[in-house]
Write a protein that binds this ligand. Sequence first.
Ligand code: SAH
Length: 216
Amino acid sequence: MVFNGTKEAERLIRDELIPSGITDERVLDALRKVKRELFIPQSLRDKAYGNYPLPIGENQTISQPYIVALMTQALDIKRDNTVLEIGTGSGYQAAILARLASTVYTIERIESLLMKARTNLYSQGYRNIFLIGGDGTAGLPEYAPFDRIIVTAAAPKVPETLLEQLKNGGKLVVPVGGRHVQDLKLVEKAKNGRIYKQSLCGCRFVPLIGKNGWKD
Ligand code: SAH
């Protein structure tokens, strides 16, 4: 059968994402526009719109579409927001964020993935995504504070440094728990600076490796 990305994306949205509670039209629209097949190895193209993670090399994965959608929806991104992402991976999540926010900074520790994502995003025309190499658990103090922060690798606890770099009124999503299974946490910093945490669901991410994460 001939691969039809638009049709497959529509099926995924209609049959899997909407019934699971992804109803924010802006998020659904971003998921329609960003072609997942352009962020995975060519050989896996037929699986691009399956609701599961896929390998992207270097033992890393592109997240399950439902989890990408859930994290994005939970962030409730406003047009003028500056977003920080830790764990660029393929660059797919960054592309989704870039369609909703004004500026996206994304940090990746594996050089080869960073280079690949940078070339790919640039050739697709994204100009509001800034890709940075290094340990994202330190955040990006020179551009802080951020309206929204998303961590797409599993942390042993909510990284304190990132909380410090979140604006009052800001939101952060991060998988927290063990190296293999975690709880997806939404952390909100109120206008007065108070921190509120809630669990969204169970999840499985690759480990966040760094100073304020897991040791290699
Ligand atoms: N958001 C990605 C998927 C992330 S996979 C996508 O849309 O494809 C998790 C990524 O986090 C991996 O590429 C891994 O190398 C990276 N990572 C792990 N620890 C990190 C750290 N401390 N700083 C930056 N990137 C990290």
